[in-house]
Design a protein around this ligand. Sequence first.
Ligand code: HEM
Length: 417
Amino acid sequence: MAEQRSMPKESGADHTLQQLQEGYQFILNRSHTFHSNVFETMLMGEPVICLVGKEAAEIFYDNDKFRREDAAPKRAEKTLFGEGGVQGLDGEAHLNRKKMFMSLMTKESLEEVRSLTGKALKLAMRDLNKEEPFKVYDEARKAMTRVASAWTGVPIYDEELDEWAEELSDMYESPTAVGFKHWKGRRSRSKAEKWIEDLVKKVRKGKLATSKDRALYQFSWHRDENGDLLDKHTVAVELLNLLRPMVAISVYIDFLVLAIHEHPEKVEKVRTGDENELQYFIQEVRRYYPFFPFAAARVDRNFTWDGYAFKQGTLTLLDLYGTNHHPELWENPKLFKPERFQSWDGHPFDFIPHGGGEFEIGHRCAGEWLTIEVLKETLDHFVNRISFEVPEQNLGFSLKEIPSIPKSEVKVTGVQS
Ligand code: HEM
């Protein structure tokens, strides 16, 4: 039997403030200090176990050891996730709900999302005033709102595009914010939930024609593990679990354009349009730049791992950003090197910007493949179909702000198709 040892523990009453100050680096900083991929700290007045690295990720995604019920902070539920969604489910209920999402991710449907992305980007470039610099982030949000609407079947008309692009992004921009920004995120969520509940009601009464293949129809008529239809609020929360993150891909699009600008030598290989080269580049964008800082779960029953005791109910955070930058897993993690993905073996627990493990039975992101398709198309568009200039601006980004985005939101100008 493995020897029991005591878990490294951060001294002091509470470290919530430091977590806010250190942002994406909070866990990795302490992991370096303790020389350990496991340690305990205090956050928001409760003991929290922090994990980082491949082996720790494998334990974190063991459904017999961890559960998601009551793990997400209330602030995140009110803005980012919504209440009653797939993120907080366990066991049969999670399996059933996750299947509802994964059944949308067929080869044909992913091809469609890629083609919709190409069209939306073309349209965005056509409508631009070519003389004025524009923010990639703003245009990407609108383009992705258009894609999300077409792909899910949730109707958003041209004149509503700006408003919905802003409201859907409020939801992922606001969970850690304080004051007005956080309140705006909550308000945008309740408005969007009401709007979609109304659409679900219409679909069920046959008053809104929608294709049977679309998520709006599929989710409206989905039956849970007991054979019951989901209540309309839950359907709205789950449809927003498609719309919101599809718009959030704009954050990666912003970083993608930054990477194209800052690493011209790495872009050369992408100019061939070779699918593998597109893939290596966007994988490195997803590894290198910050997005989702960590995933949260609670210990489901007492167990011992690597000699450390995990007590039932303890909140546990898996550092996603830190695992993608862990020096034990990535050579020179601070360098942007798409070619590192030529030899990556596809392990489910070392490259985890979208969480780790298996899609169907675990909580790994349902939209990871979709995100990859959107990013490959966007990369091809910006490198092989248009040319552009990047004027002088502050392209820095902070690892202390969650979510992080380049300060200038990446302004470009002189676009030529
Ligand atoms: C924008 C880039 C995205 C990032 C960085 C991202 C990241 C993540 C992460 C870290 C998780 C949680 C993993 C965990 O709890 O263990 C997650 C869950 C999820 N994501 Fe994404 N995601 C993205 C885009 C998408 C897209 C485009 C969709 C839908 C089309 C989507 C749908 C979901 C759903 C439904 C879950 C919950 C899965 C579950 O609990 O079983 N995400 N995502």
